[in-house]
Design a protein around this ligand. Structure first.
Ligand code: GLU
Length: 604
């Protein structure tokens, strides 16, 4: 693969910042001084599971405080928001990571400083007993998408020297925030800080947060969206300790650093960043890590609050029945009714991930359509995700729309977990709401309503003579009689296959009664045809059948063998020329409809 621009930029950062040897290794945990100050790895993982790797991306180091963000997330998810939120605050402390101070209510300021993190680990000890560390390790491994382990030497080194954390833990215990033994909680906390990761692991862990809690490599759902949003919010306000305000202003990406030299950063819905370089600045953050984040953010303008989005792009196509029709071909009288009522139905085909702003726009378009249309169809088939807020807003708008004379059909929602159950609940409440599996089905239903309300009627069960066939329009009665005499009468029961794809084409069939559907072998419907229409007429141009044709109802046909037609052509050159012209006209009409559809899809 040619060099990707992001990787090129990472290489540039790596080359430039590795020249910077300022900063110092953390030495309050003696074992950390053994790190190689030259090591420098940068990884960016995308939400579709691609990892850009630069430098020492696979060198292991201890996660240290970066664990705090993920253990807090796991606590919210598994111990419960209420318990966690009443034990630990979410206010920035403006102090260093190891400050021995609690807030006004004697609780830790937030889960990113040591006091909050030790309290959070304490919650696992309280609820998990001896298994607390195992649960934490397994949880961290799910974020990384591989089994992690911890560095025994770093653990022992911190346990031997971690008196400051002991002081914090005793303070927490004095105020009843830590309810297990200090040594028990710290044995888990020090192990959790000693878990070994690489820059690559960190980028995947961050990308799991960016991907709404779903690990993009394994597909596993690790967190719920509620927890992701809360975790990122404390990372942004407190993840970089007493540098957090500056970080939010300059870099604007929720992040967490560790004294092992790692930095993790998450840009929601876009990417996860993992960096390793063990030389630290005075705030305890990796010097080169901070430089890389600042450079990335400013070069690509990645600040979280700097968003480019245009809600209008969520409507991939907007048209009425002039721009889109069902695959059911209509008899001329029916088509005339539909042509006269083109604007009665608005069709909105949505695309992408739909958030609150998108749905606000969509619901406004629906409400606007009430003045001219009696039907609206909203197709969600190409929507990849819908937020809770957007689903709620849709439900609320439907309540208003139901009061007006607009029937709304929502289709293709089954794959959207957040929406399909909600649609079912609205169906019982909103009178003019319908759902359909597919857009084609929804359009066909609306067309039927329009046709029959306007006096159109169903000629499905009438016998239609050869003279009424569109392909034979303009032929004399004598000519159609000749063709009728050359044809065989055929009858099919519902569900019977009339034509099979890939067979040699040997005849043309004129439907005189009933309805048939042309389908691909996959079952996808290409067209539905009724009495007065022809199937297999492409045999005049092609040697093989291109699709299956099935009887939907009881069907009567006249089948004209191609060899008989060849004789007719020799003896009736003028009539044959007319048939070819009719065929060209039918094909040209199909092309016009197809072009309109393509235009509606590409120029909305
Ligand atoms: N284990 C370290 C401590 O609690 C983590 C500190 C950090 O990474 O900021 O002191």
């Amino acid at each position: 693969m040619s060099d990707l621009p992001l990787l090129r930029f990472l290489r540039q950062c790596h080359g430039e910042f590795s020249q910077n040897s300022t900063g110092a290794l953390a030495d309050y945990i003696p074992e950390l001084t053994k790190a190689d100050p030259a090591h420098f790895g940068i990884c960016v993982a995308t939400v579709d599971g691609y990892v850009h790797e630069m430098g020492d991306s696979r060198v292991p180091f201890t996660i240290q405080s970066i664990s705090k963000a993920f253990v807090f997330a796991m606590a919210l998810e598994t111990i419960g928001a209420e318990k966690v939120e009443t034990t630990i605050g979410v206010e920035p402390s403006g102090e260093a990571f190891n400050s021995i101070r609690l807030n006004g209510t004697n609780r830790p300021f937030n889960p990113m400083v040591n006091a909050g993190a030790i309290a959070c680990t304490g919650l696992f000890c309280e609820s998990g007993g001896d298994d607390a560390f195992e649960r934490i390790l397994q949880g961290l491994s799910r974020f990384a998408g591989r089994p992690l382990d911890y560095d025994r030497a770093v653990f022992e080194s911190e346990r031997a020297t971690g008196d400051r954390n002991r002081a914090i833990a005793y303070l927490l215990r004095t105020h009843g925030v830590l309810r297990c033994e200090v040594d028990t909680a710290l044995a888990v906390y020090f192990r959790q800080c000693a878990v070994q990761v690489t820059a690559r692991d960190l980028s995947i862990m961050a990308a799991t947060l960016a991907n709404n809690g779903v690990n993009p490599m394994t597909g596993e759902t690790v967190l719920s969206p509620y927890v992701v949003a809360r975790t990122l919010s404390v990372m942004l306000s407190s993840g970089m300790y007493d540098y957090a305000g500056e970080w939010g202003y300059r870099v604007g990406i929720p992040a967490k650093s560790g004294v092992g030299g790692g930095i993790v950063a998450t840009l929601p819905a876009q990417l996860g960043l993992g960096i390793y370089s063990p030389l630290l600045n005075g705030h305890g953050h990796s010097v080169r890590g901070v430089q890389t984040c600042e450079a990335l953010s400013s070069h690509f303008d990645l600040h979280l609050l700097n968003r480019v989005a245009d809600v209008r792009t969520c409507v991939a196509a907007a048209c009425d029945l002039g721009g889109v029709s069902s695959r059911r071909n209509r008899q001329p009288a029916e088509q005339a009714i539909l042509d006269a009522h083109q604007t009665s139905c608005v069709v909105l085909e949505l695309v992408g991930a739909i958030g609150f702003g998108d749905m606000e726009y969509i619901s406004r378009r629906l409400i606007e359509s009430q003045s001219r249309a009696t039907h609206a169809i909203v197709d969600f088939r190409r929507v990849s995700a819908i937020s809770k807020a957007a689903a709620r807003l849709l439900g609320d708008s439907l309540d208003g729309i139901a009061a007006a004379d607009l029937t709304v059909t929502l289709c293709g929602t089954a794959h959207l977990a957040g929406l399909s159950a909600a649609v079912d609940s609205w169906l019982g409440r909103v009178p003019r709401l319908r759902k359909a599996a597919r857009l084609d089905e929804a359009i066909e239903w609306v067309e039927d309503q329009i046709i029959y309300l306007d006096g159109g009627y169903d000629r499905l069960h009438e016998q239609i003579t050869l003279g009424e066939q569109s392909l034979l329009e303009g032929l004399s009665a004598a000519d159609t009689e000749t063709l009728a005499a050359m044809s065989d009468r055929r009858h099919f029961e519902p569900g019977e296959r009339i034509i099979a794809a890939n067979e040699v084409a040997r005849s043309i069939l004129f439907i005189s009664r009933g309805m048939v559907s042309v389908k691909l072998p996959s079952g996808v419907r290409l067209a539905t045809l009724v009495a007065g229409m022809t199937v297999g007429e492409m045999a005049l141009l092609e040697t093989h059948r291109s699709a299956d044709v099935w009887a939907d109802t009881r069907v009567d046909c006249l089948e004209l063998p191609l060899d008989a037609y060849a004789r007719f052509r020799a003896s009736h050159p003028q009539a044959s020329e007319r048939i070819v012209l009719n065929l060209a006209a039918l094909l040209s009409r199909k092309l016009i409809v197809a072009n309109r559809k393509i235009d509606a899809l590409t120029s909305s």
